[in-house]
Design a protein around this ligand. Structure first.
Ligand code: FES
Length: 123
């Protein structure tokens, strides 16, 4: 695991906001067909702000750390601010990912967008 930053290891070992939100306002589920990893992000939205979010991820160390970091990044952000968070933002907050693991952070970006799309399709 030495190729991972301490931040990645921390978020993997102590994931923030893990779980589901049964009455979520938006749910985004994405998967990578190559590695088979899957990520779901749940959001609660009030007055255009993401007031709560949780994730469920079946995947590798980097996918779990990316999900955890992503929930921290989007909490209390407006929907527009959350949509601007890219996988590069996630990688940079995690102090880097090995090149072969960058696709794991892409799942996080896709899951945020899917959750917000789902929210918008309900209102
Ligand atoms: Fe595919 Fe991590 S190996 S998401």
């Amino acid at each position: 695991m030495r190729q991972y930053s301490e931040k990645v290891i921390d978020h993997f070992k102590n994931p923030r906001n893990m779980g589901s939100i049964p009455d979520a306002d938006g749910i985004g589920s994405v998967g990578n067909p190559v590695c088979g990893d899957m990520m779901t992000i749940y959001i609660k939205v009030r007055d255009n702000i993401i007031t709560d979010c949780k994730f469920e991820t079946f995947g590798c160390v980097a996918a779990i750390a990316s999900s955890s970091m992503t929930t921290e990044l989007i909490k209390n952000k407006t929907l527009d601010e959350a949509l601007k968070i890219t996988n590069k933002s996630v990688v940079s907050e995690l102090k880097g990912l090995p090149p072969a693991k960058v696709h794991c952070s892409v799942l996080a970006e896709q899951a945020i967008k899917a959750a917000i799309d789902d929210y918008k399709s309900r209102i």
